[in-house]
Design a protein around this ligand. Structure first.
Ligand SMILES: [Zn+2]
Length: 448
């Protein structure tokens, strides 16, 4: 649901943010103070910690395995460490040798292992333990109850066809039709999973998959806290593919990124210079991608499209649910100023056919409605509107392929009358009509 224009705006924004000197980052985690007494022999050891345990399915192998995400919480470390991953019935060692920067993480797994190495031959819950050692000295341990829903990396030809179609055209319907809860069918890709979160990337860029899973779990919490409604029924997936165009969009519980080969972005991922999304954010519990996650919470409710996009943008803010970068949005009476772009006039939200070149105005107008609403009526009122919307969630898979309007039988559920008036106790349609171009008929069946 994110237009290409918006994506590029976000990409530019993120690049700007990335160029900020990290030393001046006021929210940076302070590096643990060094002891003033003579260091003990172990003080030279790097401050490595295990952050999460993932399932790793590689399409070139028959069976999946476990992977540990190991993070460096101290000074940059250039050297080797081993990671022993074990269950009650087996264990295997993985090894990393290279540089791991401060507040950066690496996925480590035992190259020749698969689930059978750990005695896991059927789906179920498994306790997995991780021990990190440097020069034979233990520096971190971690264990987690891991759900293993699938053992083999089954190749499904129909899923492959769908993936290729999705990749070629980027049509949401083809992408949604992929069964994300089956192992990935492409030949050069890796799927990583933790519970309800899945990330799929080309193998060459698999570093990003562990990050995406960590980020999704945090964004689900921050977005859920802000909106005050329960998590969506479905799990969430992020897919990154290398394709002919660059865009990033959301569709039914999944974010999907299609990225050009050989872009700076991919090179940075491959060379461990990923500052596009910084690992330091999940390590501090901060969300980097609130926009698509907001859609995940609302996609099965009767929120009109422009207000859904507006709310998703509204949550992309340090004070709300999203901690990456600093977006500037100034709403005026008749338009808005966003970041470095020129003043844009509001577009009436009831406009049936929006010129594609004005989609960014549609998002901005929707966002300014939420700015107005929360400034005027407060956060509790916003959460009450969300609860009323959530109460009308349609649990119908049809919605993944069409819209709430179609999935609910074509009844136009009016936004102001159903969700706003009961909360604030007044009719504000005259104001919304004048400023944002929608009145009492604006609802789930408005198309734009
Ligand atoms: Zn969107």
């Amino acid at each position: 649901m994110k237009s290409k224009l918006m994506v590029w705006m976000c990409v530019l924004l993120l690049l700007n943010a990335c160029n900020l000197p990290t030393a001046k980052d006021p929210t940076a985690i302070p590096v643990t103070a060094q002891p003033t007494i003579a260091p003990s022999p172990t003080s030279e050891l790097p401050d490595l910690q295990a952050f999460q345990i993932l399932l790793r399915y590689d399409s070139a192998r028959e069976i999946g395995t476990f992977e540990a995400t190991i993070c460096n919480m101290g000074r940059s470390y250039d050297g080797a460490f081993t990671v022993t991953i074990s269950t009650a019935n087996g264990s295997a060692d993985g090894r990393f040798d290279g540089e791991i920067k401060t507040f950066s993480c690496q996925g480590v797994f035992a190259a020749e292992s698969d689930f059978s190495t750990f005695g896991v031959t059927s789906p179920g819950m498994v306790t997995v333990s991780v021990t990190v050692k440097v020069d034979g000295v233990e520096v971190a341990t971690f264990d987690e109850q891991v759900d293993v829903p699938q053992i083999p990396v089954a190749v499904d030809p129909s899923a492959l066809a769908g993936l290729k179609k999705c990749r070629s055209f980027g049509i949401a319907k083809d992408c949604v039709a992929l069964n994300l809860y089956e192992p990935i069918p492409e030949l050069d890709e890796v799927k990583k999973q933790s519970g309800r979160y899945i990330a799929i990337t080309p193998r060459a860029y698999e570093r990003i998959a562990g990050f995406l899973i960590a980020d999704m779990s945090i964004c689900e919490r921050t977005v859920g806290n802000y909106l005050g409604i329960p998590s969506p029924r479905d799990g969430m997936a992020e897919i990154f593919m290398v394709g002919k165009e660059s865009f990033y969009f959301y569709t039914a519980g999944m974010g999907l990124g299609l990225i050009e080969p050989n872009t700076t972005f991919l090179q940075k991922i491959a060379s461990d210079e990923l500052d596009f999304w910084k690992w330091r954010n999940p390590l501090r519990g901060y969300c980097s991608q609130a926009h698509e996650m907001t859609h995940s919470f609302l996609n099965q409710t009767p929120i009109p499209i422009a207000l859904n996009e507006g709310l998703a943008e509204y949550l992309v803010n340090r004070e709300r649910a999203h901690w990456f970068g600093e977006k500037q949005m100034i709403c005026k009476e008749n338009g808005f100023l966003r970041d470095q772009t020129p003043f844009e006039e509001f577009i009436p939200l009831e406009t049936p056919q929006i010129d594609q070149t004005r989609r960014s105005a549609l998002y901005g107008t929707g966002e300014c409605f939420w700015v107005y609403f929360e400034e005027t009526y407060g956060h509790d009122s916003l959460q009450q509107v969300m609860k009323l919307l959530h109460a009308q969630t349609v649990e119908n898979d049809l919605i993944k392929y069409s819209s709430y309007c179609q999935a609910s039988g074509g009844e136009n559920i009016r936004f102001l009358k159903t969700f706003v008036e009961p909360v604030i106790g007044e009719d504000i349609s005259a104001l919304t009509q004048e400023r944002f171009g929608f009145g009492n008929e604006y609802g789930s069946c408005t198309t734009n």
